[in-house]
Design a binder for this molecule. Structure first.
Ligand code: XIL
Length: 370
């Protein structure tokens, strides 16, 4: 009995001590906060799924609010979900997301107005430029218009480029031509004048794709249309994070007067035979494809920690240009990498484990500010 009381007493004393010594630590909440740690540097965001912004689990809500000050809906604002049939919109989930942001002081980045993936099923049957144009205009006007002044920013166009920097062949390119990206920004600006407007892509830190991305941005600017920032998604692989290209990209995008954001950061530890985040690309499972079902080996854990530390060091070095770092998910359990490009794997790409416990990578990142 006495022993138990002593243990409890020591633990309480420990919490109080931690609260006094570590910035961002309050009594009963012994994990440092990312958003507080980097409050003078850049915003810290996460992708949120519907269960999270509907606050189905109060502990999860508390955790999110403690760690993040920005959020992107993982799926709810994609056109297939927010615009399921030609004349029907489903705003309910996204309205809840906006409420969540308002209540907890979390800035919302809308994701995304124009993307070739997760399109409404009716878009598959469309065979005329007029119909594509009507969808394009109505969708941007209605969705961006509804959230004007209510969300902080939009990924206006997502993934319009190929790896070689040319324009990706999509229903929008096919029917509307190359200017559709500029057009999308023009319409978003009209519908939502109080929202920041971004172009978002993966691998746009790589030289050829980056060159295409810079050209695309210049074209928008030359047309006198507003673009405020560029998002580098940041779906990278452990031990192969392209630090040099990332730094070069920060400098080159910022030179165009744009904010630079890392919008979907995760670092894959599982085997994959290609780079990037092409959602339609799949791999076939084999005996080697899901190696860490029972836990991550220490060597990989340490490499992941080193990669995240180097990444945040770079972000801090350019904190005058980098305005936001968003993780693609709160914790490893939520990560899309458990199901892409192979279903049902056990991945470990984020800073928090499956129980929202900080991983070594988290402590290395936070220690950069000590
Ligand atoms: C992913 C989501 O995380 C998954 O839940 C969904 O099934 C597919 O899309 N690039 C993007 C994101 O811009 O929207 C994608 O999100 C991941 C790759």
């Amino acid at each position: 009995m006495i022993q138990i009381e002593q243990t409890v007493g020591t633990r309480i004393a420990g919490f109080i001590l931690a609260g006094l010594l570590l910035p961002g630590v309050t009594f009963g909440q012994s994990i440092p906060s990312l958003k507080d740690t980097f409050k003078n540097d850049f915003g810290i965001g996460t992708a949120l799924n519907n269960a999270q912004f509907e606050e189905r689990d109060p502990k999860m809500t508390q955790f999110i609010v403690h760690q993040f000050n920005m959020a992107t809906p993982e799926n709810s604002m994609k056109s297939a979900l927010i615009h399921p049939t030609w004349s029907n919109y489903n705003f309910e989930p996204s309205d809840k997301l906006v409420q969540f942001g308002k209540k907890h002081n979390i800035k919302i980045n809308g994701h995304t107005l124009i993307w070739h993936s997760q399109l409404p099923p009716f878009m598959r049957g469309i065979r005329s430029a007029d119909s594509v144009r009507t969808f394009f205009n109505d969708h941007i006007k209605t969705v961006a218009g509804r959230y004007d002044g209510k969300i902080f920013s939009w990924d206006v166009v997502n993934e319009a480029l190929n790896e070689d920097g040319t324009m990706r062949k999509t229903v929008f390119l096919d029917y509307l031509g190359e200017d559709y990206v500029t057009e999308a920004f023009r319409l978003a600006q009209q519908a939502s004048p109080n929202t920041e407007l971004y172009y978002n892509d993966y691998n746009n830190e790589q030289p050829a794709k980056r060159a295409g991305c810079l050209a695309l941005i210049k074209k928008i600017q030359a047309a006198g249309v507003r673009i405020d920032g560029v998002g580098i998604q940041g779906h990278w692989h452990v031990g192969r994070v392209p630090f040099k290209e990332i730094e070069e990209s920060i400098l080159q995008y910022a030179a165009l007067g744009l904010q630079v954001m890392f919008t979907e950061v995760d670092i894959e530890v599982l085997p994959r035979n290609f780079q990037g985040a092409e959602v339609s690309q799949r791999m076939t499972a084999n005996e080697q494809s899901n190696p860490y079902v029972n836990g991550l080996p220490d060597s990989v854990q340490q490499q992941l920690a080193a990669d995240y530390e180097a990444l945040f060091k770079l972000f801090l070095k350019h904190k005058d240009k980098v305005t936001r770092v968003t993780f693609w998910g709160v914790n490893d359990a939520q990560s899309w990498l458990n199901n892409w490009p192979i279903r049902g794997r056990t991945s470990y790409p984020l800073l928090f484990d499956r129980n929202n416990q900080p991983k070594p990578a988290f402590y290395r990142v936070v220690a950069l500010k000590k």
